[in-house]
Design a protein around this ligand. Structure first.
Ligand code: PMP
Length: 454
């Protein structure tokens, strides 16, 4: 720290020694990344001092923006008091206890317990372990299959990446044999000639068909994000979740709501499952729980599951050195206190969320925007050459990457997923800043249209 280097030196050093997540290593040798040096409010700054409006809240995590000194103060105070202790062997620590209480208060009423991890990936691994203990303890050992969806993202450990639904990822390792995928409810990509509502029912009933095909007695759980984030902010048709709810209500299958993105206000309710009227048995959280400032994730466990595995489960052979780390828990407590005190969920539901959606949906008038989706502080647009036929700008699914480069040049961080652009802006964005986001996005879309000669 403190060493002066030029941007070129930072980039070269980075390329020489640092392997980045979800990055083409070879490409990165030639096309170096941006080195982010500091951040303030909703803006990040690179080593050249270039300011960029961060419409992704980091990686969907800094919902309250980058300037939250109370979180830093809570972490600092915890460092003075107890910088580390583990939660194994009949021990606990006060921030972990308080955070558990707080999370139980904030989550839907069925949740009575929490298991802490360091990340969303580990939390989903933990889900698999909890699900197995639940069914084994209930003497239903045949219940092993976990259903998930294509284009889902549940993490990058072997288990959580198996739950995820990206083919190119699955091609790079041996996936778990007991995970199966059904089609994601992306009407624009998968809906064909069906209306959005018809397709919502159709996609939900794929779950029913798969359960019936494999036998309910063999299905342990269904895991889903309320809105699929990394898959392209896939807002499901209105008919989708009510039909899934009906299907699950008629069957004895655990439901896991992966709220790593949707949790803590992003959809205008505290949790995405509340936005869609779902009642999960297990709930995955991470990211915004500490505003991204410390690595913390976990699983909320419902009374139904907790009772079974507590009464008769024996020792649970699972846990991490940093499960319930006092520093990360102190950061989470400070974050959640700010979120409650300053009523950020109301703010997303009634102010900044509706404003963002109004301005974002107007992008649908742009010549290369074929479809607009969004809920709360989430949004996506599909880039096309022809709105009627949905023909893509080019067959290679790379137009998002081209648009992203224009965005960065224009001082805006938007993420590309194939031919779509996605956003997840901080809740602290003002209306004027949302206007700035839209203005920079529009300029980038104009440049993308020109690039593709539309
Ligand atoms: N679930 C979802 C829905 C996610 O979006 C992510 C991360 N983007 C994860 C799980 C994995 O979380 P982590 O990167 O903290 O392991």
């Amino acid at each position: 720290m403190g060493t002066f280097r030029t941007t070129a030196e930072w980039k070269q050093l980075d390329a020489n020694h640092h392997l980045h997540p979800f990055t083409d290593f070879n490409d990165y040798q030639n096309n170096h990344g941006r080195i982010i040096e500091r951040a303030e409010h909703i803006y990040i700054y690179d080593t050249d001092g270039k300011q960029m409006l961060d419409a992704m809240s980091g990686l969907w995590c800094c919902s309250l923006g980058y300037s939250q000194p109370e979180i830093a103060e809570a972490v600092h105070a915890q460092f003075q008091k107890l910088p580390y202790y583990n939660n194994f062997f009949q021990c606990s620590n006060t921030p972990a206890v308080e955070l558990a209480e707080k999370l139980v208060q904030m989550t839907p009423k069925q949740f009575t317990h929490v298991f802490f991890t360091n990340s969303g990936s580990e939390a989903n691994d933990t889900n698999i372990r909890l699900i197995r203990r639940y069914w084994d303890t209930k003497k239903q050992p045949k219940k092993r299959i976990i259903l998930a969806r294509t284009n889902a993202y549940h993490g990058s450990t072997i288990a959580s990446a198996s739950l995820g639904g990206f083919e190119f990822v699955h091609d790079q390792f041996e996936t778990l044999p007991y995970v199966q995928h059904i089609t994601d409810p992306n009407w624009y990509h998968n809906g064909g000639d069906l209306t959005s509502d018809e397709f919502g029912l159709h996609a939900a009933r794929e779950l029913e068909k798969r359960i019936d095909l494999l036998g309910e007695e063999n299905i342990a759980a269904f895991i889903a994000e309320p809105i699929q984030g990394a898959g392209g902010v896939i807002v499901p048709p209105d008919t989708y979740w009510p039909e899934v709810r009906r299907i699950l209500n008629e069957r004895d299958i655990l439901f896991v709501s992966d709220e790593v993105i949707c949790g803590f206000g992003r959809t205008g309710n505290m949790f995405g499952c509340e936005t869609y009227g779902m009642e999960p048995d297990l709930l995955t959280f991470a990211k915004a729980v500490t505003n991204g400032f410390q690595p913390l994730g976990g699983v909320m466990v419902s009374d139904k599951v907790a009772e079974v595995i507590t009464a008769d489960g024996g020792e649970f052979g699972h846990g991490f050195t940093y499960s319930g780390h006092p520093i990360t828990c102190a950061a989470a407590l400070a974050t959640l206190n700010i979120m409650e005190r300053d009523k950020f969920v109301d703010h997303v539901a009634n102010d900044v969320g509706p404003y963002l959606q109004k301005q974002w949906s107007a992008l649908g008038d742009h010549p290369i925007v074929g479809h607009v989706r969004g809920v709360g502080m989430l949004g996506s647009i599909e880039l096309v050459r022809n709105k009627e036929s949905r023909e893509r700008l080019e067959g290679d699914q790379k137009s998002g990457g081209i648009c992203r480069e224009f965005c960065v040049a224009n001082g805006l961080i938007m993420r590309a997923v194939g031919d779509s652009m996605i956003i997840s802006p901080p809740f602290v964005s003002s209306h004027a800043e949302i206007d700035l986001l839209i203005a920079r996005a529009t300029k980038s879309l104009d440049q993308t249209a020109e690039y593709y000669s539309v």
